[in-house]
Design a protein around this ligand. Structure first.
Ligand code: NAD
Length: 307
């Protein structure tokens, strides 16, 4: 066994603690720990584990003199200062496998819900309104789905949507997987062409300087008036103020957001609009995704310690 000490800063699937403990690691499980408390004690630990609640800052890393690994039980690494970690020779690891199917299935559900306005129908009944006439929907079959970013999640979504007979348009900054392209009959396009042609646009890029406000007012203005945007990537990728204006003015058809520029997004003005569906960053929030990610992280840590 190993004798490294591990600080777990967020709620994670218990399988992670179990595998690490079985390997002799000493675990401090502190899912409610504050940034101040992390600063105080981070120097005692060899491994620091987070999900999405905690942000590991440069200030914390500067104090993490005994740290070898920072692990993110999930995909996006935008809550870890990777440059600071690199400068201190700390390995940063994540688990891309966990969220792939969970997020893709959420997007499918959000698209179906946008097409049939199920959330609005539900709100109606709760407010004693029978909106049958107002809720004449559309179908996904035959519609054009533009996928921006064809990594793990984007490709999984493409396969699921193809099974519903949607036409798939794809854009990425790297060459797109040929096998996937063939399988779904992918139409490759540049971003402008994709935005002009798609009935649904789903975003699956990481949040980087180059993807900040990738969808801004100008880009949105080139889209169909009936088009719907689904964002389950990171809030910063879509300009939320521009999205609000476009939806309010009817220059866009609808949107479904799982991620926001500021989270928790309680009080967002987007909640005023009926053609919007809002979910509280639940993309990877399934039993299966969490346990898969925890297993992957545990295995990666054990492998690294073995050398
Ligand atoms: P991935 O790394 O497998 O794929 C991302 C793809 O985006 C890559 O192919 C990359 O080349 C492409 N890309 C990068 N910059 C681009 C640009 N400017 N234009 C077009 N394509 C670009 O990542 P993934 O696992 O598919 O995750 C995608 C996103 O989903 C990430 O932002 C991640 O943080 C987010 N995510 C959200 C949740 C959630 O709970 N909602 C869960 C998991 C992941």
């Amino acid at each position: 066994g190993f004798d490294e000490s591990v600080l777990i800063c967020d709620e994670v699937d218990p399988i992670l603690n179990k595998i690490l403990q079985d390997n002799g690691l000493k675990i401090s499980y502190e899912p409610e720990i504050t940034p101040e408390q992390i600063l105080e004690k981070i120097s005692d630990y060899n491994i620091v584990i987070v999900r999405s609640r905690t942000t590991i800052t440069k200030e914390m890393i500067d104090k993490a003199d005994n740290c070898k690994i920072i692990a993110r039980v999930g995909v996006g690494l935008d809550n870890v200062d990777q440059e600071a970690a690199k400068a201190k020779n700390i390995r940063v690891i994540n688990a891309v496998e966990g969220a792939m199917n969970a997020v893709a299935e959420l997007v499918l559900g959000l698209m179906l819900s946008l097409a049939r306005q199920t959330a609005r129908g539900d709100r109606g009944i709760r407010n004693e309104q029978w909106l049958k006439k107002e809720l004449k929907g559309t179908e996904l079959a035959g519609k054009y789905l533009g996928i921006v970013g064809l990594g793990n999640i984007g490709k999984r979504l493409g396969r699921l949507a193809r099974a519903l007979n949607m036409n798939i348009i794809g854009y990425d900054v790297v060459p797109i997987d040929e096998e996937f392209s063939k399988e779904v009959g992918l139409m490759k396009a540049d971003l402008n062409t994709l935005l002009q042609s798609a009935d649904y646009v789903s975003i699956h890029v990481p949040l980087l300087d180059s993807t900040y406000h990738l969808l801004d007012a100008q880009k949105m203005s080139t889209m169909k008036k009936t088009a719907k945007i689904i964002n389950t990537s990171r809030g910063g990728v879509v300009d939320e103020d521009a999205l609000y204006d476009a939806l309010k003015n009817g220059t866009l058809g609808g949107a479904a957001l799982d991620v926001f520029e500021k989270e928790p997004a309680i009080g967002t003005k987007l909640a005023e609009l009926d053609n919007v569906i809002l979910t509280p960053h639940i993309g990877a929030q399934t039993k299966e995704a969490q346990s898969l990610a925890a297993n992957v992280i545990a295995e990666k840590i054990v492998q690294i310690l073995r050398g």
